[in-house]
Design a protein around this ligand. Structure first.
Ligand code: ATP
Ligand code: LTN
Length: 333
């Protein structure tokens, strides 16, 4: 008998434009994962509400993120692609899990502290509850593996803790998920401050390369990228963070190992090296951008993908939620 495939689940928030960090840390692996795993890729629009959003922009970005998933090779016939708010079970399980999560644990989350500092005028309950909603996302689908970038490691850890705690308090219910972190590209850094993670919400326009940037913009940003006063293209993140970050980017976008890339640029000056990194990024992004634009022109097709995905996701999620309610003693009719 054919063994059942393991399940992969991940999501991205439709906030700001995505960067090459988001691509390197997660999306680029999705196409290949589809052949070995049962995959579910979501657009986490309810998570996006934890910081202020312009409603019409959020709506447009949700659609555009679905189109990006497909443009990056996600096949909706095989994989479930859906929008979080279309499956009410997420909010429902989040509530149930809130009752097995401690306030102290949430207050200690790095992202909560960072975002509270950044949005001091809007430290809302949702921002604090963010990791519980993320745990609900993952646990509803009994995911085995969760491909994310390094910055999500702590959230994944708390999702595992919540799953284990629930299983111990009630009875085995949830699969305890494992994170899936890439060897290269799990943390792409800011081009201007290469010890910081490249973020889609960074204010300096030269810090991040967006997936929507055209070739001229990409080349300009790489030309301005911070390096060092040495002249060797060598991978050494502690001593040479800027150059190492560029090597990681090159290695992801040119599909080469770090060693191969180092060898290729031995003796090459920083100026030419940066041009090559920019070219590799622009060449990889061009077909994705044109496919995404094509998909965005066909709104009814995209709506159909979201509708079908939501129905398939809801069927799985409802089963888990109903089990949870039963175990917790919520009266069912
Ligand atoms: P924001 O800056 O608005 O918090 P973000 O850029 O961190 O957003 P998310 O939506 O939080 O983006 O992340 C989506 C996915 O991309 C996650 O799996 C995350 O780990 C990954 N990711 C984000 N930034 C990077 C990065 N610089 N390098 C590698 N992976 C990243
Ligand atoms: N918090 C994640 C996005 C996210 C997610 C998830 C990732 C929401 N729900 C479930 C994996 C699994 C982030 O990348 N900022």
């Amino acid at each position: 008998m054919e063994q059942e495939k393991k399940r992969v689940y991940t999501a991205i928030q439709p906030t700001n434009n995505l960067t090459i960090g988001n691509y390197a840390g997660t999306i680029r692996s999705w196409r290949a994962l589809q052949s070995d795993y049962d995959c579910i890729f979501a657009v986490a629009n309810m998570h996006a509400l934890t910081v202020r959003q312009d409603p019409s922009v959020l709506r447009a970005r949700t659609q555009s993120l679905v189109a990006l998933y497909l443009a990056c090779g996600v096949d909706p016939a095989q994989t479930i692609v859906y929008v979080q708010s279309h499956v009410p079970c997420h909010a429902e399980l989040c509530w149930a899990l809130n009752t097995v999560t401690y306030v102290g644990e949430m207050e200690r989350m790095t992202q909560f502290k960072d975002k509270s500092a950044k949005h001091a005028d809007n430290i809302n309950m949702g921002l604090m509850d963010y990791p519980v909603l993320m745990a609900a996302d993952i646990l509803l689908y009994k995911a085995d593996l969760v491909p994310v970038g390094e910055d999500q490691r702590q959230h994944l850890e708390i999702a595992r803790d919540i799953a284990q705690r629930f299983n111990n308090l009630y009875s085995p219910t949830f699969t305890v998920p494992e994170g899936l972190f890439g060897k290269v590209g799990a943390k792409i850094c800011d081009l201007q401050d290469p010890v910081k993670k490249m973020s889609k919400s960074c204010e300096n326009p030269n810090s991040s390369v967006f997936l929507t940037d055209d070739k001229d913009t990409i080349m300009r940003k790489f030309k301005r990228a911070v390096t060092d006063s040495d002249s060797q293209v060598r991978y050494d993140p502690a001593a040479k963070p800027g150059v190492s970050n560029l090597l990681s980017i090159y290695s992801v976008f040119a599909d080469k190992s770090i060693e191969e890339s180092e060898k290729q640029f031995r003796g090459v000056g920083y100026g030419d090296f940066k041009l090559a990194v920019g070219e590799a990024v622009a060449n990889r992004l061009a077909p994705i951008q044109s496919e995404q634009a094509k998909l965005l022109a066909d709104k009814s097709y995209l709506d159909g993908v979201m509708k079908d995905g939501a129905e398939r996701a809801q069927a799985i999620a409802r089963k888990t939620l109903s089990k949870v309610y039963k175990k917790m003693g919520l009266y069912q009719i």
